[in-house]
Design a protein around this ligand. Structure first.
Ligand code: CU
Length: 236
């Protein structure tokens, strides 16, 4: 966040320097042309303006070069691989997704590549997706449970693109194709299941009455346990 603030401040500064420079040139132009009437004066004025303009151009180029080079150090994109917990390869095809752990897409041909259209990710994992396509251009879009797109990258044949996403929120994420790719484009759906391990689910106590359970009660208890198990499955 801090880096973005610095970048914005730099952008603003460059903007202001440009604006002030343009205004200065316009003022000089105006003064020179409004005070010189004779033809030869205009020629002299023109030469002066060109000289100022040249200096301004090189000055601005130097300021921009220094600003650009020094701001490179603050770019928020470096070292993503160091943060990566798990890498997945993603192959888009007409019409579906193959997702497999690892960087197989970089080493295997697209015909050999095997994968599933559903993966499990542990909440908190920083995931790298290596995304490619088998046939035509597709687009790998990740949607959260609220239906908001949280990350997206093009899936192109012959290339791979990297996409990083930090799954901080648990939930069932959907992968949809963002690039119209033919008749069954809308059927291209994969699932990224971001749920905690089973033992993270809070245990619900089944209260046992102190008196001995009759057969009927015993059955009732089993029903309750099964219903709870079903609930858990629904969540997972
Ligand atoms: Cu597609």
């Amino acid at each position: 966040m801090e880096q973005f603030t610095i970048l914005l401040a730099l952008q603003n500064t460059v903007g202001w320097v440009t604006a002030v420079g343009v205004i200065a040139v316009l003022i000089v132009l105006y003064i020179l042309f409004s005070t010189s009437h004779k033809k030869e004066d205009k020629e002299v004025a023109k030469a002066k303006v060109y000289k100022v303009r040249r200096k301004y151009f090189w000055g601005l180029t130097a300021v921009m070069a220094i600003g650009f080079l020094s701001s490179m150090a603050f770019l928020p994109y470096g070292n993503q691989d160091d943060k990566t917990d798990v890498t997945y390869s993603v192959l888009a095809f007409q019409w579906g997704w193959k997702i497999a752990e690892g960087d197989k897409l970089l080493t295997e041909s697209v015909d050999e590549f095997r994968g599933a259209n559903k993966i499990d990710v542990i909440p908190g994992q920083f995931v790298k997706f290596i995304v490619g396509a088998k046939d035509v251009t597709h687009s790998f879009g990740i949607y959260n449970e609220a239906g908001d797109m949280v990350a997206q990258v093009q899936a192109m044949p012959g290339y791979t693109n990297d996409l990083y996403y930090h799954f901080t929120e648990p939930g069932v994420y959907k992968v949809l194709c963002m690039e119209y790719c033919g008749i069954a484009h809308a059927m291209m759906i994969a699932t990224i299941n971001v749920q905690g391990p089973l033992n993270d689910v809070e245990e619900t106590k089944v209260e046992t009455p102190s008196e001995e359970l009759s057969e009927e009660n015993e059955e009732f208890k089993i029903d309750v346990v099964e219903a709870e198990n079903n609930d858990l499955q629904g969540q997972l």
